[in-house]
Design a protein around this ligand. Structure first.
Ligand SMILES: NC(=O)c1ccc[n+]([C@@H]2O[C@H](COP(=O)([O-])OP(=O)(O)OC[C@H]3O[C@@H](n4cnc5c(N)ncnc54)[C@H](OP(=O)(O)O)[C@@H]3O)[C@@H](O)[C@H]2O)c1
Length: 378
């Protein structure tokens, strides 16, 4: 089959790291399913995998090649021994959590607590930037009939992550003020929609007029443009506390005087100090990533004196994915697809993502011949 492949000897910018190769089709083992990919969603983990950061993925996959792509829509091609819930021909979307399915954590606590938990196509191989991908059967979800192949491939990883962060980890509720960093990006566009659905007020942070327009359309209660706040000195990188306080004041101005009950974090080094500072007393900072750097610092006095909570969150379990997918099927949450790329251009959106030149989600067509195919509800 054809696949866009990353190799250890060419780690670097996605535009060079990803190259088109022919790879043998894997066989589905017990509990596994081979899916014919129709469209594949672009995620930041494809950028990390290409760069070999924060560590080279080859350290844990055991392969000398890597097929990225943690989102897909497609058609079941072949099922392995023991698979009973799915059959060839079923139209599916794929969530990206893999776990052993056998341990007490998988069966009583949460598959995200499994000691063998991995993100498919980042910590494992056989992702969706290939004609066929290999997954565990528990990763399959019914494709919402109202969506095209490219829409269905666009949302899983970021939306399901945002769902767990806000709904199950931070417990968002009606009336909450939620500061959403990167609101015009992959995670942020779903965080804004989830806030609207749950009756919370998303205070969306963006850095362009396009993103301001998008998040306003998605239901943000207020929008702040981070270009108007010099949270760091551009020359020295030093934190600018006066500007951080001014940012906090701007949040209170748009919320009618309240700090953020929840801060939706994934930017990391560039924003974390501010996130802890602007979070309300007894509020929560929920974090799942660190695009701008992994070593975070904050002034702990603001945490303990004001009794705030920092919560880590990582993707979602199959039950959360299924519940979140149902909201899409019912039209309560919409995919936010900004651009569709042909198969031949797979590295391009990854490079754009690295340069922060995109809005919302980008998708690559794989088996689908053109945009607009795959809708089944007329
Ligand atoms: N743990 C998990 O399960 C999980 C799941 C999904 C994603 N992640 C991680 O979360 C991060 C975001 O993912 P994504 O798909 O949302 O990426 P994305 O589409 O690139 O969006 C990230 C947004 O962050 C904002 N941003 C970038 N640099 C910033 C800075 N210095 N200060 C403030 N804002 C900045 C940008 O918005 P503006 O420029 O408009 O402000 C950008 O739109 C990535 O690191 C990803 O690996 C983790």
């Amino acid at each position: 089959m054809e696949a866009w492949v990353i190799r250890p000897e060419r780690l670097g910018d996605p535009i060079d790291a990803m190259q088109l190769e022919r790879i043998d089709v894997p066989d589905p083992g017990p509990g596994e399913v081979l899916v014919r990919v129709m469209a594949a969603g672009v995620n930041y983990n494809g950028v990390w995998a290409s760069l070999g950061l924060p560590v080279s993925i080859f350290r844990y996959t055991g392969y000398d090649f890597h097929i990225a792509g943690s989102d897909a829509s497609g058609i079941v091609e072949r099922v392995g021994p023991g698979v009973t819930r799915w059959k060839p021909g079923d139209e599916v979307v794929i969530h990206c959590n893999q776990s052993c399915g056998e341990c007490p954590e998988c069966n009583g606590l949460d598959p995200m607590a499994c000691s063998r938990q991995k993100i498919w196509a980042y910590e494992t191989n056989w992702g969706s930037f290939a004609e066929l991908c290999l997954v565990q059967s528990q990763q399959l979800l019914a494709k919402p009939a109202r969506l095209t192949w490219e829409e269905a491939a666009s949302y899983g990883l970021t939306y399901f992550t945002a769902y767990r962060m806000l709904v199950d980890r931070a417990g968002v509720k009606a009336g909450d003020n939620v500061l959403v960093w990167g609101a015009g990006g992959g995670l942020g566009t779903f965080a804004v929609q989830l806030c609207r659905l749950y009756g919370a007020n998303a205070v969306a942070v963006v850095s362009s007029d396009d993103k301001r327009a998008l998040v306003t359309e998605l239901g943000a209660a207020a929008v702040l443009d981070r270009r108007q706040f010099a949270l760091h000195d551009p020359d020295t990188g030093e934190r600018n506390f006066e500007e951080i306080k001014r940012f906090g004041k701007a949040i209170r101005e748009v919320t009618g005087g309240s700090d953020a009950d929840i801060v939706f974090e994934h930017v990391g080094a560039a924003t974390f100090f501010t996130s802890v500072f602007v979070c309300k007393t007894f509020g929560t900072v929920v974090i799942c990533g660190a695009t701008s750097g992994f070593q975070l610092d904050f002034d702990v006095r603001y945490l303990w004196m004001r009794q705030k909570t920092i919560l880590g969150s990582h993707f979602a379990n199959a039950y959360e994915c299924q519940r979140a997918n149902q909201l899409i099927a019912e039209g309560k949450i919409e995919p936010v697809l900004s651009r569709v790329f042909p198969w031949s251009e797979c590295p391009v959106p990854h490079q754009m993502m690295k340069e922060n030149e995109h809005v919302g989600k980008m998708v690559v067509l794989v088996g689908a011949e053109r945009e607009g195919e795959g809708r089944r509800d007329g």
